[in-house]
Design a binder for this molecule. Structure first.
Ligand SMILES: [Fe+2]
Length: 391
């Protein structure tokens, strides 16, 4: 959540009547987090926002693709004790949202490759969505306004916000899709006591883009898919759900260009936590961006081999040569499970001596709970990765 914003029409105080010029009553709608104790946004609608109706039965799409959660059958989840490399560029473009690749009780990691605009609205009822746009550009259209995004952006869609994705141009769209059941946002340590981003935080309020609100609109669309984990339910409205005349609050979509992250540099190699960008329930999201490297004359700039016994580590490779890795490329997703030693590929540690700068761009997740791969992930696995550390 960022600072409070307010657009359009709203009454001078919460829960007071708001009337249109015609005299008709507007309908207040509160989107609240942590019950009524967390961040919130209050929107004012032309129509009753609860006037929607379920259509058909819920659709169940088990995350692992096995059907095990649906009927109790199927293979058990595969426990990862090997280092894995998944090639998202091997995934076929697909409609219907993100293809899940790895998951645990806190989050789902997937890949979204839309080929055209959404023809219905979507609402994630259970998880904040954070996309990293590897390629493509578009607009996230929500009842709270339009948010433009492009490659290199993180895009956050808070749970409960109705939206539709509009793709722009002909460039293939590929986004890393992260869903966090416990929410995602700015680490508390980055804020001062009044909620402002601190002077020593790695970004400021100016580094974010927010929605552009232009009042209610009717795109002729009435359906919304509400999603809660593996369950989806279709609803239909009798009116346009983009009927908001004004809103006031701190819960809204935003975008953050990864290159706006201000990296830390030290005399010796800093652990990834210094590159922490966003905090989620069960995970820390880190950004690696171009920067000078360690400046001690005897520094080893390459990451040191390590055993992280309490975290599963994911890295999504975006751009530039990654100092510690061979065989990965743009769109690669590596998974290093807890407890298994990992570190630079042969020659990279020694070869880093004297290096002064890196142009790497990557997104890293440290995940507190063990991650399991889906069948979709196993289908795009680079089977040579586990054996690539011997030299
Ligand atoms: Fe690591």
């Amino acid at each position: 959540m960022l600072e409070r914003l307010a657009f359009g029409e709203f009454p001078p105080k919460h829960h007071l009547a708001l009337h249109a010029a015609s005299g008709s009553l507007r309908y207040e709608s509160c989107l609240t987090r942590q019950g009524f104790e967390g961040a919130y946004t209050i929107a004012y609608h032309e129509h009753r926002p609860q006037a929607l109706e379920a259509l058909g039965d819920p659709v169940f799409l088990p995350l692992d693709g096995s059907g095990a959660q649906a009927d109790g059958a199927g293979p058990p989840p595969r426990l990862e004790l090997s280092r894995r490399h998944y090639r998202t560029d091997y995934l076929a473009a697909a409609e219907g949202g993100a293809v899940p690749l790895l998951y645990n009780a806190d989050l789902v990691v997937g890949c979204r490759q839309p080929t055209h605009d959404d023809t219905t609205y979507h609402l994630n009822a259970e998880a904040d969505e954070l996309w990293f746009v590897l390629s493509g550009r578009g607009t996230l259209r929500s009842a709270l306004g339009d948010l433009d995004f492009a490659d290199g952006d993180y895009v956050c869609v808070p749970k409960g916000v109705l939206y539709r994705l509009i793709v722009d141009g002909t460039e293939p769209q590929r986004y890393l899709s992260l869903e966090f059941y416990g929410g995602v946002g700015i680490p508390a340590a980055f804020r001062n006591p009044v909620g402002q981003l601190r002077m020593d935080a790695p970004y400021s309020h100016r580094d974010f883009r927010r929605t552009r609100f232009a009042g209610p609109q009717d795109e002729g669309l009435r359906e919304v898919w509400v999603k809660a984990g593996p369950v989806r339910q279709r609803f239909v409205y009798g009116h346009s759900p983009l009927d908001v005349v004004g809103w006031d609050g701190s819960v809204y979509p935003w975008a953050f260009p990864i290159r706006n992250f201000q990296p830390r540099v030290s005399s010796v190699h800093l652990p990834p936590t210094w590159h922490g960008t966003f905090e989620a329930g069960g995970a820390l999201i880190c950004s690696f961006v171009p920067r000078p490297l360690d400046f001690h004359p005897d520094a080893v700039p390459c990451p040191y081999p390590h055993i992280s016994v309490d975290m599963d580590e994911l890295i999504f490779y975006v751009e530039g040569e990654f100092s510690s890795r061979l065989g990965v490329s743009r769109g690669s997703l590596t998974h290093h499970p807890r407890g298994v030693p990992h570190g630079p590929h042969p020659g990279r540690y020694e070869g880093s001596l004297g290096a002064r700068r890196t142009e790497e761009v990557a997104v890293m997740l440290d995940c507190k709970a063990r991650l399991l791969p889906t069948r979709s992930a196993l289908a795009i696995e680079d089977g040579s990765y586990e054996g690539s550390f011997r030299g």
